[in-house]
Design a protein around this ligand. Structure first.
Ligand code: AMP
Ligand code: ZN
Length: 489
């Protein structure tokens, strides 16, 4: 298979041809959440981009071995557990479950492996031991183990920072007393009272955040992997340190392609609790926004462009999802309709054959794939998807729609779902019994028998079908309730 895929690689700097280590299987590591709270929409901007990356590679025929870690021990999780007077594991398990549920809500594919840091302590300890043996790490007087940055010549190659003892931006914790140099970072923190800790050759303690990812990544995917991704804030120090740890231990390149998503802004500003523009996914669901509209809003801007999240953008996203829903619903309802209904809704075969949707849609498919091959140009891909749907709508409006065309349209939606995950193709076709109940409903309204029409409306509603009354003289229609906006609160 000749690959035309290219991605922007933060390490080499620029757009590079994608050549995987193994032509069939791609190894992908994405830094997962720190489970001290519900994930916010900024986190999901990055996670949804990573989901698109994976879906696209799978669409191209690769098997993607995807690992996403769960950071379940760090300062924030420990502080949260103490605040709520819970054990660390009870506290983090709650937010891990919530995160997995949110992933499903946003229709994200499950990673093949989701290792927890606290389940990976042996691997972490083994990696630190190797680094100490190579004199790249040292046990300091304060009882913690640090990474000796000056011993790794490639330090700074990802973030393009120069090592001058105290790298600007490097976090210097107040409790890191005995580091040789300011830029050295902690691998193993000596246990403090009231904090969870694990045994190690250096006494009781807990791992630093950066070493967790190096250990889990290499444990599950090998010493050199294809793609490592995260948000732009992770470039330094997290990913820089991951490179330093892994490469110093193995002597091999750690990652072939580094992909980083730009941070999400809300109404042009950084998301922060104090500004009141901080939203978790759950906040938006509570406000009545539909998960797929949220997914669309988070996905539709290229991952290296700044996404400015606004409620206006959610409204536009809803309109797009509705357009896709309606078109697909019409197609499958026509496909599944009984013969009697077909006679009403479809044109005779000689008219229907005037259009061949399969060949009409071909250039749209091709365009969508080449847009994504070009460093995941999602906005170009999505405008082609919408243009394809307009073609289907044109065919539907002209009644030029034979079964072959309906099947071509259905398959278009199914493929787009595979790629973008908007889950359009799980909409049910209009069942015949609902059509006939709707006929009775319209008849009752026409004859002003509102008692019967109200009863029928309720019966349909109980089965999940929402009746929409037509204008005078026009028939009423019905729609499956499956989006948040269909549910009248
Ligand atoms: P954390 O739970 O803080 O470890 O972050 C999980 C992921 O979300 C990381 O890949 C971060 O880079 C990413 N992230 C955090 N804040 C934002 C934001 N405002 N926009 C986009 N990605 C973010
Ligand atoms: Zn990480």
């Amino acid at each position: 298979m000749i690959q035309k895929i290219q991605f922007h690689d933060t390490l080499k700097g620029g757009i590079k041809k994608f050549e995987p280590l193994n032509p069939k299987e791609i190894t992908l590591y994405t830094c997962g959440p720190t489970v001290y709270n519900y994930a916010h929409i900024g986190n999901f901007r990055t996670f949804v981009f990573e989901d698109l990356l994976r879906r696209f590679l799978e669409y191209k025929g690769f098997h993607v071995k995807h690992v996403m870690n769960i950071t379940d021990v760090d300062d924030k999780t420990i502080a949260g557990a103490n605040r709520e007077k819970k054990s660390l594991s009870a506290y983090t398990e709650f937010y891990t479950e919530a995160f997995l549920e949110d992933m499903k809500t946003l229709n994200m594919l499950s990673p093949e492996i989701q290792p927890r840091a606290t389940d990976s302590i042996d691997d972490i300890v083994a990696l630190i031991r190797t680094l100490i043996e190579k004199e790249i790490a040292y046990l300091a007087e304060d009882g913690s183990v640090y990474y000796r940055v000056a011993k790794f010549p490639g330090y700074g190659k990802l973030s393009k920072k120069k090592l001058d003892g105290n790298i600007s931006g490097a976090r210097v914790d107040v409790d890191e007393y005995d580091k040789e140099q300011g830029a050295d970072f902690v691998l193993w923190k000596k246990a403090k009272e009231d904090e969870p800790s694990w045994d190690s050759p250096w006494g009781k303690g807990r791992p630093g955040w950066h070493i967790e990812c190096s250990a889990m990544c290499m444990r599950h995917l090998g010493e050199t992997i294809d793609i490592h991704a995260g948000g732009e804030d992770l470039v330094f120090p997290h990913h820089e340190n991951e490179i330093a740890q892994s490469e110093a231990a193995t002597g091999k390149p750690f990652v072939k392609y580094w992909l980083h998503a730009k941070h999400l802004l809300v109404n042009g500003e950084k998301m922060s609790k104090s500004k009141g523009n901080f939203f978790t996914l759950r906040d938006l669901l509570e406000k009545g926004y539909d998960p797929m509209a949220i997914r669309y809003a988070l996905l539709s801007v290229h991952y290296r462009h700044q996404l400015n999240f606004t409620f206006e953008s959610l409204k536009e996203a809803r309109e797009v999802i509705e357009k896709l829903d309606n078109c697909y619903f019409q197609c499958i309802s026509l496909l599944h309709a009984s013969d009697k209904v077909i006679q009403v809704l479809k044109k005779p075969a000689e008219l229907a054959s005037a259009i061949n949707l399969e060949s009409t849609l071909k250039p749209f498919y091709d365009g969508i794939i080449s847009a994504l091959e070009n460093d995941l140009n999602v906005s170009a891909a999505l405008s082609l998807l919408l243009a394809g749907v307009s073609e289907i709508n044109r065919a539907l409006a002209g009644f030029q729609i034979a079964d072959a065309n309906l099947l071509a349209a259905k398959s278009f939606f199914e493929k787009m779902d595979q790629l973008f995950g908007f889950d359009i193709s799980c909409i049910e076709a209009l069942p015949n019994e609902i059509i006939s109940a709707l006929g009775k409903y319209s008849e009752a309204r026409r004859s002003k028998d509102f008692e019967t029409s109200d009863k029928l409306r309720k019966e349909l509603g109980d089965k999940g079908w929402l009746v929409k009354d037509g204008r005078p003289g026009e028939p009423s229609t019905v729609k499956k309730v499956r989006r948040a906006w269909d549910i009248k609160k």
